[in-house]
Ligand binder design. Structure first.
Ligand code: MN
Ligand code: MN
Length: 317
């Protein structure tokens, strides 16, 4: 195994070579204490209730990520100088069986967690966050920064079906994987099924900052709220690409107009450098609905911001 550095663009052109996340070495059988952060594809969209295709996300994001260089543009630091990072390949899934997929994903992440590797996962639809959390939360519930246009705390779909990409965080709170009082959901918008759609989460103590509230408060006050609510203990970061405006990220299953620009999203992430993230995901990239692979490129750059956050090499430090 190499030194866990990306392939250098000055040695092999960035469009050449096999596509791995950020041109990192691939290691599908990591051993203990070898890797600090693993980037993992979860090519599964069996929780999707509307436009599918997120199962194709990992492959396209791998390809787009070859355009991301080594150093953060603000901090001028590289995550690869301080952490061993590798592409751990794709998690095993079963496209014909939802329950089997949930248990395969949970088992994969239980193993990653035992090895002490912090995962950054590329989905896949948003239901993948549930089995990931089941795999990595072993002692006490995590806080969470959740960037999305939807809360994903609906109860069920089509008469009682409990596992869809609209329900993962309701299940995660019910299963005590997340502490609702340490969750912030940012960017919530779009038409609702019912005016009470957000009530369950609010009653549990989740802090919701709608996109209208974000622009009313401004970024500084909004991010102060985020940091205060999540605090210093371990937290998870879940980034649904549909939190970004579909103008910039059209390749997604449930687009909501009136969203964040990519620039605003980068600024938001760069304010999170003091939070102790132990895992993260970027989900809902659906390449069949994309235009010129631009959503995959956005997702790759967002994943790089998150990698810099988790290695404390983001712009704010
Ligand atoms: Mn969403
Ligand atoms: Mn979502």
């Amino acid at each position: 195994m190499s030194n866990y550095k990306p392939l250098q663009g000055m040695e092999v052109p960035r469009y050449a070579g096999l596509a791995t996340f950020f041109r990192l070495p691939i290691n599908e059988n990591p051993s203990s204490s070898e890797i600090d952060i693993g980037i993992i594809g979860v090519p599964w969209d069996g929780g999707t209730t509307n436009r599918p295709g997120a199962r194709h996300g990992p492959r396209e994001v791998r390809s787009a990520s070859s355009l991301v260089r080594l150093y953060h543009p603000v901090s001028l630091k590289s995550p690869y100088d301080v952490s061993k990072v590798a592409d751990l390949g794709d998690c095993s899934v079963n496209p014909a069986d939802l329950k089997d997929s949930l248990s395969r994903i949970e088992n994969f992440y239980t193993n990653i967690n035992k090895l002490g590797i912090k995962p950054i996962s590329i989905g896949g639809d948003h239901l993948i966050s549930l089995p990931i959390l089941r795999g990595i939360v072993k002692d006490k519930p995590l806080g969470m920064f959740h960037f999305d246009s939807h809360t994903d705390t609906w109860d069920s779909y089509f008469g009682g079906f409990k596992y869809t990409h609209g329900t993962p965080f309701r299940r995660a709170i019910e299963e005590n994987l997340l502490d609702p009082k340490r969750i912030v959901m940012l960017g919530i918008r779009g038409s609702l099924y019912d005016p009470k759609d957000l009530d369950w989460a609010k009653e549990k103590g989740v802090t919701i900052i709608t996109i209208d509230e974000f622009f009313k408060y401004g970024i500084n006050k909004s991010m102060e709220i985020v940091k205060k609510v999540i605090g210093n203990n371990d937290a998870y970061l879940s980034f649904d690409i549909d939190g970004i405006d579909p103008t910039f990220a059209p390749g997604t299953g449930t687009p909501e107009v009136g969203g964040f620009t990519v620039r605003e999203s980068q600024g938001i992430l760069r304010e999170l450098s003091n939070i102790n993230f132990v895992g993260a995901d970027v989900v809902e990239v659906s390449p069949p609905f994309d235009v010129n692979n631009q959503t995959s490129l956005v997702a790759a750059n967002i994943a790089f911001e998150i990698l810099c956050l988790m290695t404390k090499t983001s712009g704010k430090l």
